[in-house]
Write a protein that binds this ligand. Structure first.
Ligand code: HEM
Length: 404
């Protein structure tokens, strides 16, 4: 397979405007073939009717402004509890973490067979074997989640998906509840495999990317105490210290959002985007590109290009106050038809979590030396060395923390 790597905003613009439909396809990578639920149909499937249905489902039913508002209470509760997962489900949470780390590990390494088909037969890296095992584990885990939700829904006849959650007569609805209720109305479109695939796609695409970005953001803030103080001052001014910041506060916290943008610029969690593939012959910046070419967009280079950015490698959140990141210079979520459908959810979750951490705790580096910002190998460009930091509750927020 031929591979073309694009690393200028002009070329990116051409890919996702003039050639957007041509590059809306995805190559068939090993991960897609083996883990082949419908999950691969969202992130990796060929551009077509099936993909359009799933994508519509994600955009309208799972991460639309309406649904995001509906799930607000759940996010708020999880954040207050500092937990991810279901109540008293330590074992499930552990299993989930194990599955996630394995997915990240298996997907984080390049698989030779994706570039040279002969290696697919040999499987010298053992990737295929590990994926088959992983698929079995994931399948059992997600099936159990669906079955449990289905059972609970049957026992609670008054679960309504259209009312905002939080009314006291009903349990809080989750993504899986929404998908199960769609299954009841359109079973053919929403099989259990589709649900498992969607949950997995959202979890894989959404958790690692957001968590890694937060770790980078905190590392950058610890190396730039002046930016940290500015962010804390902004939260104190707009939210105060008597309550935890919430989703309504986010539009006012522009410096916090600039910090997230600057982190995504320097450390984009998907530095080459997800691979695209041309479904037809086309031209790109005057070059002939044959059908079936894999397209990689080198965000990392574009985001750090000294021709495009002032002090390109420095952490300067203020640059976004002057509109420096406009156009195709900053595209951590991709662009065009295959742009990340979780962009709004991802931004909200990151701002809420990072905002809460700096609102309630004082942060310090463990030693005097700066945090090492070397990148490691993994699915979403993690830090080579996991971040270690010291924190203590801010005196003014002790009362607030005692309520959490
Ligand atoms: C920091 C947070 C996130 C970043 C940086 C990010 C980035 C990306 C990127 C770069 C792509 C590929 C775009 C392309 O190929 O042109 C992508 C695809 C995708 N993302 Fe995200 N993402 C994030 C969070 C999320 C969340 C929270 C969700 C879940 C709702 C999500 C769901 C997806 C899905 C399903 C795709 C595949 C879309 C398709 O192929 O049509 N992402 N994301």
């Amino acid at each position: 397979m031929e591979v073309v790597v694009v690393s200028s905003p002009l070329a990116v613009e051409e890919c996702f405007t003039k050639n957007d439909i041509t590059f809306a396809n995805r190559p068939k990578l090993l991960a897609g073939k083996i883990l082949n639920y419908d999950y691969t149909a969202v992130g990796f499937s060929p551009y077509g009717e099936h993909w359009r249905n799933l994508r519509r489902l994600i955009s309208l039913e799972l991460v639309s402004a309406n649904r995001l508002t509906m799930f607000t209470n759940i996010r708020q509760e999880e954040r207050e509890r500092g937990n991810f997962g279901k109540d008293a489900a330590d074992e499930e949470a552990r299993q989930f973490r194990d599955i996630m780390s394995e997915i990240v590990e298996v997907h984080g390494n390049s698989n030779l067979g994706d570039y040279l088909p002969v290696f697919q037969w040999l499987d010298i890296q053992g990737v295929a074997k590990r994926m088959v095992k992983l698929r079995k584990k994931m399948d059992e885990f997600f099936q159990l989640l669906i079955d449990e939700h289905r059972k609970t829904n049957r026992n609670e006849s008054n679960i309504s998906l259209d009312e905002p959650s939080g009314s006291n007569k009903e349990r809080k609805k989750t993504l899986i509840d929404v998908l199960i209720s769609l299954q009841e109305t359109e079973p053919a479109l929403h099989s259990d495999d589709t649900i498992k695939g969607l949950v997995l796609a959202l979890v894989v695409a959404g958790t690692e990317t957001s968590a890694t970005t937060m770790e980078w953001a905190m590392a950058l803030l610890l190396n730039h105490p002046e930016a940290m103080s500015k962010a804390v001052a902004e939260i104190d001014a707009h939210v105060g210290q008597d309550r935890l910041l919430d989703e309504q506060d986010l539009p006012k916290l522009t410096y916090l959002q600039n910090i997230i943008n600057e982190t995504l610029r320097l450390f984009p969690p998907v530095p080459l985007l997800v691979p695209h593939e041309s479904s037809d012959d086309c031209t790109l910046c005057g070059f002939d590109i044959p059908r079936g070419t894999m397209l990689l967009v080198n965000l990392w280079t574009i985001h750090r290009d000294p021709e495009l950015w002032v002090d390109a490698t420095k952490f300067v959140p203020e640059r976004f106050e002057t509109g420096e990141g406009e156009g195709y210079k900053l595209i951590p979520f991709g662009a065009g038809r295959r742009v990340c459908p979780g962009v709004n959810l991802g931004r909200r979750v990151m701002a809420l979590a990072l905002g809460a951490l700096i609102q309630t705790f004082e942060w310090e580096r463990v030693g005097k030396e700066e945090i090492d910002l070397t990148e490691g190998i993994g699915l979403s460009m993690p830090k080579a060395k996991p971040l270690q930091a010291l924190c203590r509750p801010r005196p003014a927020t002790t009362k607030l923390l005692s309520k959490v």
